[in-house]
Each structure stands twice: as C-alpha cells, then as structure tokens.
Design a protein around this ligand. Structure first.
Ligand SMILES: CC(C)(COP(=O)(O)OP(=O)(O)OC[C@H]1O[C@@H](n2cnc3c(N)ncnc32)[C@H](O)[C@@H]1OP(=O)(O)O)[C@@H](O)C(=O)NCCC(=O)NCCS
Length: 171
C-alpha cells in the first residue's frame, strides 16, 4: 500500500480509548519508547494522553504528567515515521498537551529530549529553554546513540508572543 504524509485537515487530535493501545505501542516502539513499566517510564496512563488520528488510524501520541498544582512534565511524544516532518502532527500533539495543561493552571512544564534536532524544535517552535540539567538514561530508551536526556523548561503562563519577544531581545 502506498503511504503519504497526512493532510492537516484529515488529522484529528483526540483522547485515546483502550482500543488504541496496541497502535500506540507500535508507534512508541518505532522511537524505542515502548518500554512502559520500566525504570524510564514506569507508567503511561491513557487518561493523560492525546492521539492524532488520520482517517481512522492513529499516527501519533503525546502524554504528560501533572506533578503539582503549577508544575507538569511531558512524558512521551512520537509520530509514525511515515508522517513526520510534513503534516506538523507532532506540533499539533504538543500544542494539545500545552493548551490542556495551561488551562489546568500549570505554569512550568518540563520536557526531556535526547535528539539535538528535537531539542532545537522545542526551543524554536515552542519557546523552551535548556535548564542545564542532563539526566543519564537508566535503561535502553529512545535514541541508541544518546546516553542522557537534556532537560528543557517552558513557562506556560507567558503568552507565546511575549516569549518570542523576550527571546529576540536576548539575541
Ligand atoms: C519529534 C517528533 C514528534 C516531531 O513530529 P513531527 O510530526 O515530525 O513534527 P512537526 O512536523 O511538527 O515538526 C518537524 C520537526 O521535526 C524535526 N525533524 C525533522 N526531521 C527530523 C529527523 N529526521 N529527526 C529528528 N527531528 C526531525 C525538525 O526539527 C522539524 O522542526 P522544524 O520544522 O522547525 O525544522 C517526531 O520527529 C518523532 O516522533 N521523533 C522521534 C521521537 C522523539 O524524539 N520524540 C520527542 C521526545 S521528547
């Protein structure tokens, strides 16, 4: 079957159901993120996830964990490689979890990433900053060529425009 990147208008961001679990695991596995229950990701509750669906098929997943009244952490984000870097599926999933957490009153969002291109994507597209922390991986998870996570932080209480202005002044 010939595959092509999903058109933005055909992609729906929604909450998953248990019926999506098998497909979610398949997508996580493509990023080596499927070791749920292990030391890196002890749990991945569906209630704290969004999925992207393209004409009836799940093509991406994003999770989060609320840590306190004002702080949260993103958990896993992965898009089916067939649909990466084209339809902005990852951006829409990321915005869905950011919007949800902001509406809950979360102000500080922490994210760990292990891919230099993805780190730049978080910084440029969403306004994250590196905290300076690097967290060693405790088991095989994510990229095989990276032994640690780079910690990023986003101030969700600030509108994106103010964040961008602050960034431009800093350059
Ligand atoms: C990160 C990820 C979810 C982005 O999904 P996506 O649908 O491709 O995202 P978008 O189309 O919204 O944006 C594409 C971005 O991906 C990055 N990208 C493109 N090709 C890439 C590649 N081969 N490898 C890594 N990142 C790439 C680029 O930075 C691009 O951003 P830019 O347009 O500003 O240059 C997806 O690349 C993925 O599943 N990666 C593997 C798992 C991962 O690293 N997840 C993040 C964990 S914190």
């Amino acid at each position: 079957m010939e595959m092509s990147v999903a058109r933005a208008e055909d992609v729906l961001i929604r909450r998953p159901t248990i019926a999506d679990w098998g497909r979610i695991l398949e997508i996580l596995e493509q990023a080596n993120f499927h070791h749920i229950g292990g030391a890196e990701m002890p749990s991945f509750p569906l209630a704290d996830c969004f999925v992207a669906e393209n004409v009836g098929r799940v093509i991406g997943v994003a999770g989060y964990r609320v840590l306190s009244r004002t702080t949260a952490k993103t958990t896993l984000l992965a898009v089916d490689p067939e649909h990466r870097a084209g339809g902005r599926v990852g951006e829409r999933l990321q915005r869905a979890r950011m919007d949800h957490l902001r509406a809950l009153g979360i102000r500080t969002l922490t994210t760990n990433a292990d891919d230099p291109r993805v780190i730049l994507w978080y910084e440029r597209r969403f306004g994250y900053r590196r905290t300076g922390a690097r967290v060693p991986k405790v088991e095989s998870f994510g990229r095989g060529d990276a032994e640690e996570w780079t910690t990023l932080e986003l101030d969700l209480s600030m509108p994106a425009t103010a964040r961008n202005r602050r960034k431009r002044r800093a350059v």
